[in-house]
Design a protein around this ligand. Structure first.
Ligand code: FMN
Length: 206
């Protein structure tokens, strides 16, 4: 079982990293191979909408998005964690995820996804909702926990004091592990996972 944890903060040892470490500890106990990626400090620009990825199966901007795609292709579970910036996810993380999901042509269906937001005071829910968008449009299984996954803290390290937030992280990790194991059992049965209809693709003018 493989999990990829994405830290959207530019601070390597900040509160987002503390939240993810709590998740990682439980996932390792549950038998996962965990890969941690930090993206918030990287110069990652947004999607150019050039459409070249439809031919190439990768992004024309050859950066961490292309480099990391193989990890996500192999993953059974992913966690996207972001510090809250103005009530939203970190802009670099959003650019990274939008380009990853648009360009990589990964079959995300039935992979388990979880979103986590970290804030000083406000915007946890809106950031959590923003990150969840990637899971529900791609047929992923969204893991929940005991609340809308969030941890409080401002200065690096403060998250250690949010004992409820850290408990949420451990609960979430256990739920992720259960869902990955349950999916593997179902996949192994005759017929495996359900096959979908060929998608119909329309817009509002035709
Ligand atoms: C540009 C910027 C905007 C921020 N906006 C918010 C905000 O809207 N709400 C909030 O509660 N905290 C906000 N914060 C505080 C961070 O979310 C908080 O310090 C968080 O712990 C940072 O996570 P990190 O240590 O992993 O970087 C902001 C911080 C920065 C740098």
């Amino acid at each position: 079982m493989k999990a990829v944890l994405v830290n959207g903060s530019p601070r390597a040892s900040g509160n987002t990293s503390l939240a993810l470490k709590e998740i990682e500890g439980v996932l390792v106990e549950e038998g996962f191979e965990v890969t941690s990626i930090q993206v918030g400090h990287l110069p990652i620009r947004g999607c150019l909408a050039c459409g070249k990825c439809r031919e190439l199966g990768r992004c024309v901007i050859d950066d961490a998005v292309n480099r990391d795609a193989a990890l996500f292709r192999e993953a059974d579970a992913v966690v996207f964690a972001s510090p809250v910036y103005y009530g939203m996810a970190n802009g670099t993380l959003v650019s990274y995820l939008q380009r990853l999901f648009y360009s990589s042509h990964i079959d995300w269906r039935y992979k388990v996804g979880a979103a986590v937001a970290i804030a000083r005071r406000g915007g946890l829910s809106s950031t959590f909702d923003e990150l969840n968008k990637f899971f529900s449009i791609t047929g992923m299984t969204v893991a929940g926990g005991q609340y809308w996954n969030g941890v409080y803290g401002r200065a690096a390290g403060e998250a250690k004091e949010d004992i409820e937030g850290l408990q949420q992280m451990r609960t979430l990790a256990r739920h992720i592990a259960f869902l990955v194991k349950a999916t593997a059992l179902e996949k192994a049965k005759e017929g495996g996972l359900p096959s979908d209809e060929k998608p119909v693709y329309t817009n509002f003018v035709r």
